[in-house]
Design a protein around this ligand. Structure first.
Ligand SMILES: Cc1ncc(COP(=O)(O)O)c(C=O)c1O
Length: 463
């Protein structure tokens, strides 16, 4: 291998080995998953579907893809009867294209999508537009002003491609509970008559009540005759659903999309699952609608992931991921930190630092300086900006893979707390000033970095 590249890979290995990764959307795969993802399947073009390809030489790829589809259904849907009602497309390249594949399959330009408000924890690929300063929107400046409005109509700056094509309306979480307000859903449906309803997001730490949503959609249909299609984007929850520690959306939804690299612990990739009636439309939407050849090496890596997830070991892992996150939430709350929604049911904790006089941006930067890797995030009814939001997401999938249990979560929290103390003592007007001031606290930072390094060395990654 080229020396420059070799050095880069080595450095990244060391970075992953020697830092505590608390990003909820990342994980660390097995060596077998990495081998399969780096396998010679990457050389093959296989545009089309199983048995009907545009290139010759796909006998083995056909078997690979069929087996992957079989295993996706086995791992994700635990009830045999229900499993027969579902189909899968494993060719999509990422979570965003998985969602686009669903839109392209069943929507026409101009159709209305009702999805979760991005700054409350939704996802960009569910549509996002905003208002330039000076222009009026129903929520003045959606990201920087507190609002009681429970619906966001968007603005003229279409940041996301989906917002250019579809009419995106976004529901907000309840201001008091910070939970999805299922009671308001029927009103929203009556007002906007969407063609597609989406639930799921990047920073929603609580269970999602798919059954309740189905009930409301059915009630709306019986009142109006309008069928609203239901997409559950379980990018974050996929591994937890596979492990049986999060409610399943399969009884209730029409489409389920997910990424394969978060709680599911696979290679970067995604899957679209749908009720049988939609599979032809989904397959056509993927190819020729959106993509050329699938990444067969990623499908191979996914298949290995699925064999690994179909086990008691993975069930135990998923349980531990949730236990670790719940403990982290409790530790933060005991020390007076505001945890969004008052806790977590899943693999992530969203902490709002606005009552501590320090931004999420400052906290995540300071944590990175001692080797704890997180990401800044908006919180519901955010008063900051996307660049400098109030929150930080803390996730447990990666550290649980490396073997962290309650003891290590306690130790990690102690380090986080000490670091926040140091960071708060130099809270500054500007981020630049903050970075300068905290950098001068070298001896404090070095001591904490040493604790991080010790913890990592006790739980080495199998690189
Ligand atoms: C809920 C949700 N949907 C979709 C995606 C997009 O996935 P990708 O980054 O693979 O496009 C993410 C990624 O974080 C996500 O959290």
């Amino acid at each position: 291998m080229n020396e420059t590249l070799q050095k880069l890979i080595k450095r990244e290995e060391e970075r992953q080995q020697n830092t505590i990764n608390l990003i909820p959307s990342e994980n660390f795969t097995s060596k077998a998953v990495r081998e399969a993802t780096g396998s010679i399947f990457m050389h093959k073009y296989s545009e089309g579907n199983i048995g009907v390809r545009y290139y010759e030489g796909n006998e083995v790829v056909d078997e690979l893809e069929s087996e992957c589809i079989r295993m996706v259904k086995k791992v994700m849907i635990h009830d045999d009867g229900l499993r027969n009602e579902w189909e899968s497309n494993v060719q999509v390249l990422s979570g965003s294209t998985a969602n686009l594949a669903v839109y392209n399959a069943v929507l026409n330009p101009g159709d209305t999508i009702l999805s979760m408000y991005l700054p409350d924890g939704g996802h960009l690929s569910h549509g996002w537009s905003h208002t330039p300063s000076g222009e009026k929107s129903n929520i003045q400046n959606p990201i920087s002003k507190v609002s009681n409005d429970d619906i966001y109509l968007g603005g003229s700056v279409k940041s996301n491609f989906n917002s250019k094509i579809f009419n995106i309306i976004q529901y907000r979480v309840d201001k008091e509970t910070e939970l999805i307000n299922y009671d308001k859903l029927l009103d929203h449906l009556k007002k906007f008559n969407p063609k597609l309803f989406i639930v799921g997001g990047t920073a929603y730490p609580r269970y999602i009540d798919y059954k309740k949503i189905r009930e409301v959609l059915d009630e709306y249909k019986s009142e109006t005759g309008n069928r609203v299609l239901f997409l559950a984007d379980v990018a974050h929850e996929a591994g937890l659903i596979a492990g049986g520690v999060h409610p399943s959306p399969f009884e209730s939804a029409d489409f389920v999309t997910f990424t394969t690299h978060k709680t599911l612990r696979g290679p970067r990739g995604a899957v679209v699952m749908c009720r049988r009636e939609f599979i032809d439309a989904v397959n056509k939407s993927v190819m020729p609608g959106l993509l050329g050849g699938p990444f067969n090496h990623t499908i191979a890596g996914l298949l290995q992931t699925l064999y690994e997830s179909d086990s008691d070991e993975f069930k135990n892992y998923s349980e531990q991921v949730v236990k670790n996150a719940k403990l982290l939430a409790e530790l933060f709350m005991k020390k007076g930190y505001r945890v969004v929604s008052g806790g977590t049911d899943k693999h992530m904790v969203l902490v709002d630092f606005s009552n501590k006089g320090i931004s999420g941006r400052a906290v995540s930067k300071a944590l990175a300086m001692i080797g704890i890797i997180t990401n800044k995030n908006t919180v519901p009814f955010e008063k900051g900006t996307p660049v400098s939001p109030s929150g930080v997401r803390f996730g447990t999938p990666f550290v649980t893979t490396r073997g962290f249990k309650e003891t290590e979560i306690n130790q990690t929290f102690e380090v986080i707390e000490k670091l926040i103390e140091v960071a708060s003592s130099v809270a500054s007007e500007t981020f630049k000033e903050f970075v300068e001031k905290i950098s001068s606290k070298k001896s404090d930072l070095d001591l904490l970095a040493k604790e991080v390094a010790e913890l990592c060395s006790k739980f080495p990654l199998n690189i």
